[in-house]
Design a protein around this ligand. Structure first.
Ligand SMILES: O=P(O)(O)OC[C@H]1O[C@](O)(COP(=O)(O)O)[C@@H](O)[C@@H]1O
Ligand SMILES: [Mg+2]
Ligand SMILES: [Mg+2]
Length: 348
């Protein structure tokens, strides 16, 4: 076992990068690691325990909740509560933000925004799913933290990460100093450093989008798909289409191999489908830290000012050269309103 570095050891080692660090963020990341292992245990034996299928409840987004959505949500809230470093959790599965009122958390300075289980449509069919998290420092230090402490721009994130429950289970995260990936070694129950200093290739040949929505796509996206599907060997086109239907898994693949993931506006989702606070901001922070880019077609995701807890946005994310091409075609064919006028996207 010589030479392995566990997540816990790595976090403590990196703490030295932050002169003011007192270990709170390290402990918070530890708590997320613990809850991820518990969720992983259930995901791995999902068919054998009563965790598949619908929970029979609906979340504020009008989506039917899966049993594993609810279970994962409970595990992360309970780990963050007993850990004591988090004062508010904003989660996909709760209508309003959850104030952590345990005695130890009163003075906690961190806010966690989380998608406890990403890729819910893949849970019952044994396809990779994930967890996505984003961490902010509360702005106000007096009194109780409020919604204003949650609705911060993505540029204010102090850390972000995801867990992918796939053929192996990995935790990938950033604290603004690069991106590192850890693989869970079940024999020792530890996340071990397996992918140090991850970098997204500048260009790629993989595009990920639900083409089933083609007729509802903005013209700019239709043009990009035509561009991707044209024969031009010099630019390695036609590109390959890959779509798992779990944002974490599609972006993880593109982070390693190069590629672009797109979930644009559609007539069904005029503001996009994916949520800014706990899906797009954390993935954008990670991909940018790995040398990639992320926008809504025009505006940098991390610069979008959140106005609502479950706010949605369109997203184009991945290899910078591919995102740039998509943005050029969006700008030309489907001008998106610049920042400051975000709430309605106009498609001409
Ligand atoms: O089925 P669609 O419309 O392609 O949407 C798939 C996308 O929706 C999501 O499942 C939304 O996330 P949740 O499963 O956390 O709600 C993404 O993971 C995925 O990329
Ligand atoms: Mg999700
Ligand atoms: Mg989810």
């Amino acid at each position: 076992m010589s030479g392995i570095k566990t997540l816990g050891q790595f976090i403590i080692e990196k703490q030295a990068d932050f002169s003011y660090a007192k270990g709170e963020l390290s402990r918070l990341l530890r708590d997320i690691g613990i809850a991820s292992k518990i969720v992983n245990r259930e995901v791995n034996k999902a068919g054998l325990v009563d965790i598949l299928g619908d929970a029979g409840t609906t979340n504020i987004q009008g989506e039917g909740q899966k049993k594993l959505d609810v279970y994962a949500n409970e595990q992360f809230i309970s780990a963050l509560t007993s850990g004591g470093e988090c004062c508010i959790v904003a989660t996909e599965e709760e209508d309003d933000f959850v104030r952590i009122d345990s005695p130890v958390s009163q003075n906690a300075k961190y806010i966690v925004c989380i998608d406890p289980l990403d890729g819910s449509s893949n849970i019952d069919v044994n396809v990779a799913v994930g967890t996505i998290f984003s961490i902010y420092r509360r702005k106000s230090i007096e009194g109780k933290a409020t919604l204003a402490d949650v609705l911060q721009k993505g540029t204010e994130q102090v850390a972000a990460g995801y867990v992918i429950y796939g053929s192996s289970t990995m935790l990938v995260y950033t604290t603004g100093k690069g991106v590192n990936g850890f693989t869970l070694d079940p024999s020792i129950g530890e996340f071990c450093l397996s992918h140090p200093d991850m970098k997204v290739p500048e260009d790629g040949t993989i595009y990920s989008i639900n083409e089933g929505n083609y007729v509802h796509f903005p013209e700019g996206v239709k043009k990009y798909l035509k561009y991707a599907q044209v024969e031009d060997l010099a630019t390695k086109r036609p590109y390959t289409s890959r779509y798992i239907g779990s944002m974490v898994a599609d972006i993880h693949r593109n982070l390693i191999k190069g590629g672009i993931y797109m979930y644009p506006t559609t007539s069904a989702s005029p503001n996009g489908k994916l949520r800014l606070l706990y899906e797009c901001n954390p993935m954008a922070f990670i991909i940018e830290q790995a040398g990639g880019t992320a926008s809504d077609g025009l505006n940098r995701i991390l610069d979008i000012v959140p106005t609502e807890l479950h706010q949605r946005t369109s997203i184009f994310i991945g290899s910078p050269k591919m995102v740039k091409m998509a943005e050029i075609l969006m700008e030309e064919y489907s001008p998106v309103k610049p920042l400051g006028d975000i709430d309605t996207v106009q498609v001409v």
